[in-house]
Design a protein around this ligand. Structure first.
Ligand code: CO
Length: 460
């Protein structure tokens, strides 16, 4: 029987895409033993924005959260999303930090690390992948999917071959904007399957309404794993529904390994939570709807709303058509970066500035200058010469990998945090989000002191 496996995303991407990653551990703790019986290939539950959100908004230690999830789901592979050399943020970290982070993530229960780079610069994926393999976890190398004259099927197939040489266990097509079409999916999965004998995973979003069809075509082309979300947390900017695809694919003769009864139970658990978020306004019904603007403008939905709010703030909404025309030109000058964070912001801000100032690149943003220097990695195509000259003047771009210019950071930070950090995990939290972690440590300490005081009072 043909087989296709499922990764459930409700705890990470669905949570992140629909409700800004505000699911608390206590919200979903009781669902974990049920989810453990569903038969998923894996549960994506960590990385991405979950780490930051735990520390910043939820008052939870992300490392403890992970250990607790593992304890409640001993039979399921836990998966995380890692932004290569950026770990979970947007700046580059030295290699010792990247390695320590992966080591600790695996130690706390991660079995699959999905690693990507916003520019598809392999050098930013290498170290994280090497450490993942060393720690005995599954390294899933991800292609940041986008379309442009240089992002051809051939180029992506070549990238997959490189991933395989680096030791990747699976190849993931990561379509963060939900723009991959069913035909493109079919062609791309087929090309990757021809290029390498590795399992292929499709990750997409329902934003533009294509995802269900693309998943089906992916499976027809031989994809091995698809990312889905339990139905009440599916659709819109989230993933397609787990139960729906399980239903459709098993009728087509695929063994999904899933137990439909358990899937119903999982959904029944999350439904009241979804309703609470709808009621509180944290979940906006609009994000669950279909929006095809991204296909029309070739700009991801999130980026388009950023452009609009920028123009509104400057009372210049009438300039939107010009900005929409300028955006692809700026992207071309920048060497066709995939329009994902942080590149979507960088390109969007520059396009808006170019239009509003009435002169292209009269001012160039700080981030864009760093990008031209090579601090984000190598763009898919060369940056336009005139732009490099304008941004850097006589300064030369960095040769080689930006992280190679950085000093080791972990031991030094550990020393600095003596008396504040309880363990290596705290040090990594601090390195990732310094001020947020500092506040979290302080509040944690206050909470512990209150608890001790209370215990003493009760004893006395
Ligand atoms: Co995603």
């Amino acid at each position: 029987m043909k087989k296709v496996l499922f990764t459930e995303t409700v705890l990470r991407d669905a949570n992140q895409s629909l409700i800004a990653t505000r699911l608390k551990y206590d919200d979903f703790a009781a669902a974990l033993p049920i989810m453990d019986k569903a038969g998923y290939y894996s549960v994506e539950c960590w990385g991405g924005a979950t780490f930051d959100s735990c520390l910043r908004f939820l008052g939870e230690d992300p490392w403890e959260r992970l250990s607790k999830i593992k304890a409640s789901m001993p039979n399921t592979k836990l998966q995380m999303l890692l932004r290569g050399q950026n770990i979970l943020g947007y700046k580059h970290y030295p290699d010792d930090v990247v390695r320590k982070f992966v080591e600790k993530a695996v130690e706390h229960g991660i079995s699959i690390v999905r690693i990507f780079d916003a520019l598809n610069d392999i050098r930013n994926i290498e170290v994280a992948m090497d450490e993942t393999i060393k720690r005995g976890a599954i390294a899933s190398a991800a292609i940041s999917y986008t379309t442009s004259p240089v992002h051809t099927i051939k180029a992506f197939a070549k990238m997959s071959k490189t991933f395989k040489k680096m030791g990747a266990h699976t190849i993931c097509i990561k379509d963060m904007a939900g723009v991959i079409s069913p035909q493109e999916t079919y062609d791309l999965v087929s090309a990757i399957k021809d290029a390498v004998d590795l399992p292929v995973v499709l990750h997409t979003h329902c934003t533009t309404g294509l995802a269900f069809m693309s998943c089906l075509k992916a499976v027809e082309a031989g994809a091995d794993v698809i990312d889905t979300a339990t139905s009440c947390f599916s659709g819109g900017t989230s993933q397609p529904a787990t139960e729906t695809l399980q239903y459709a694919l098993s009728q087509m003769g695929y063994d999904t390994g899933l137990d439909p009864k358990v899937l119903t139970e999982v959904n029944a658990y999350f439904k009241p939570l979804r309703d609470c978020f709808l009621e509180s306004g944290l979940l906006d019904p609009l994000v669950m709807a279909t929006d095809t603007q991204a296909l029309e403008y070739k700009i991801p939905g999130g980026m388009l709303s950023n452009l609009i709010s920028q123009l509104k703030a400057q009372n210049a909404m009438d300039r939107l058509p010009e900005v929409l025309e300028e955006t692809p030109r700026v992207r071309e000058d920048f060497g066709y970066p995939p329009l994902v964070t942080p590149m979507s912001q960088m390109v969007g801000v520059q396009a808006t500035t170019n239009v509003l100032q009435g002169e292209r690149y009269k001012t160039i943003g700080k981030e864009a200058v760093a990008y031209c220097k090579g601090e984000y990695g190598t763009p898919p195509a060369p940056i336009a010469d005139f732009l490099i000259k304008k941004a850097l003047g006589d300064e030369k771009p960095i040769e080689g990998r930006f992280a190679d210019t950085m000093e080791p950071l972990f031991e030094k930070t550990k020393e600095e945090l003596k008396g504040i950090a309880k363990n290596d995990e705290d040090v990594l939290s601090y390195i990732s989000f310094p001020s947020v972690a500092e506040k979290f440590f302080k509040e944690r300490k206050e909470k512990e002191e209150r608890k001790t005081r209370y215990t003493i009072e009760v004893i006395e």
